[in-house]
Design a protein around this ligand. Structure first.
Ligand code: MEV
Length: 450
């Protein structure tokens, strides 16, 4: 089907946008209009708040908002909010939390908290002159000109930590950077960092133009390419770990030695094998993203950074590691993660506010630890299942409800199926067969007709 471009979509009313969308892409379906509208909130103020988070909002997109209790983190008992659609994640987190609560719980440590940004620019001229100019003239001006922007941040204990000129000309001809390091305290700090960087660019241009150390050609060669924070923050890093005596890992009929051997082998494989590392880290991010979203932070930034960090040694590798030393098993995650607990969605979205409240209104450092714990717990739970029972047993039990929802099962039928699969392996096929038997039909097609 051919579609026509639309003019001024963002300026249309919400109803107008829906009408256009449904006519253009959904065959004018009344049902589609209903589907969009059924998620509107009756509370108009609340709906307006959500509409204004983004542009062209037509409805609200629900996501399960769950809680994983019993997390002992640095001696404090916490209940972790998680926004995630994948059915087994919250259950796995809760299971791992319960496992470690009796074994000393989780420990966290913020290793460093530096955020980064760059002015990328081109300069065709004498490198040494530029170097000297940067140190002797420009540096002080860069700090001074950003004073009005950094004042509040400084009052909160943060600001610009360090500025460097970086010569990148061996990679791209005439390419340099002002590499800037920041402490944004409890805010994610994106606007603050980008504002500082744009001011640096203006100051750089002005100072080069006004100086008498550069030739006219050199002055004219200066071009600002872009000013932007970097989502790769290898120096904004938190460690979450668990440890216990080797013998405390025994469970059921699996001895601690057997468990450690299998578990360690799985971690080693993820350390050396990118195919496995990607899935291994995806499992970590199941936990990380769920808390990042629930607390109103930017999960795309967190994802990008985690995967860049996982490749920092030239090969994509595991973010978690483990060891056994002097009879103690230790399992840890080093996660580079830039988070905020003030600003952005944190003070606007009612559920984000609630999530932060449940976590005891943490500062950014504490939240970094909590998020890393969620990632480590998730990885522990996944590896534990993978090397013992396999993952499908637990996954399919959780997936059962999704299948039953697709089949539009009644409450009685759901209860029946939970009981039915107590001692059986759930598979899509097995659910359908039993469902058809229960309803007295031969196939799903027949079910749909009834
Ligand atoms: C599924 O979302 C995540 C896992 O695949 C992670 C893993 O394999 O480690 C279970």
């Amino acid at each position: 089907m051919n579609h026509t471009p639309v003019e001024g979509f963002s300026k249309m009313s919400k109803e107008g946008k829906i009408e256009w969308l449904v006519n253009e892409y959904l065959n004018g379906s009344e049902q589609a209009i209903q589907t969009l509208k059924q998620y509107w909130n009756e509370d108009l103020e609340l709906q307006r708040l959500h509409d204004e988070f983004s542009e062209n909002t037509l409805s609200n997109f629900y996501m399960p908002f769950g809680f994983a209790p019993n997390f002992l983190i640095d001696g404090e008992l916490m209940c972790i909010p998680m926004a995630i659609e994948e059915s087994s994640v919250v259950a796995a987190a809760s299971k791992a939390a319960k496992f470690w609560i009796d074994r000393g719980g989780f420990k966290t440590q913020v290793l460093s908290k530096v955020k980064l940004g760059h002015v990328h620019f081109m300069f065709e001229g004498d490198k040494e002159k530029l170097d000297r100019f940067f140190l002797e003239t420009l540096l002080a001006k860069l700090f001074k000109d950003t004073d009005p922007i950094t004042k509040n941040m400084q009052a909160r204990g943060g600001g610009i930590l360090n500025l460097k000129l970086v010569d990148k000309t061996s990679e791209i001809e005439n390419y340099y950077q002002i590499h800037a390091e920041f402490d944004t305290v409890d805010s994610m700090g994106a606007n603050f960092i980008n504002s500082c960087l744009e001011q640096f660019a203006q100051t750089l241009k002005r100072e080069v133009y006004e100086s008498d150390v550069f030739t006219n050609e050199e002055k004219e060669s200066l071009q600002i390419v872009m000013c932007i924070l970097s989502n790769f923050t290898p120096e904004c890093i938190v460690r979450a770990e668990v440890s216990c005596k080797v013998e405390d890992l025994a469970e059921g009929n699996v001895s601690s030695e057997e468990f450690i051997e299998k578990f360690t082998r799985a971690v080693r494989i993820a350390e050396v094998e990118p195919y496995r590392a990607t899935t291994h880290n995806k499992g970590i991010m199941n936990g990380v993203d769920a808390v990042v979203i629930a607390t109103g932070n930017d999960f795309r930034a967190v994802e990008a950074c985690a995967h860049a960090y996982a490749s920092k040694d030239g090969r994509y590798s595991s973010l978690t590691h483990c060891e056994v030393k002097e009879g103690v098993f230790r399992f840890w995650l080093d996660l580079p993660i830039a988070l905020g607990t003030v600003g952005g969605l944190t003070s606007l979205h009612p559920l984000v506010k609630l999530a932060l409240q449940v976590l005891g209104s943490p500062n950014a450092e504490k939240l970094m630890g909590i998020v890393a714990v969620a990632g480590l717990a998730q990885n522990f739970a996944a590896l534990r299942s993978l090397v013992t029972t396999g993952i499908q047993q637990g996954h399919m039990k959780m997936h059962l409800m999704n299948i039953l929802n697709q089949l539009e099962a009644t409450d009685e039928e759901r209860a029946y199926f939970v009981n039915y699969f107590k001692d059986k392996t759930v598979s899509h096929h097995a659910v359908i067969d039993e469902f058809c038997r229960l309803r007295g039909v031969n196939s799903v097609e027949e079910l749909k007709k009834n």
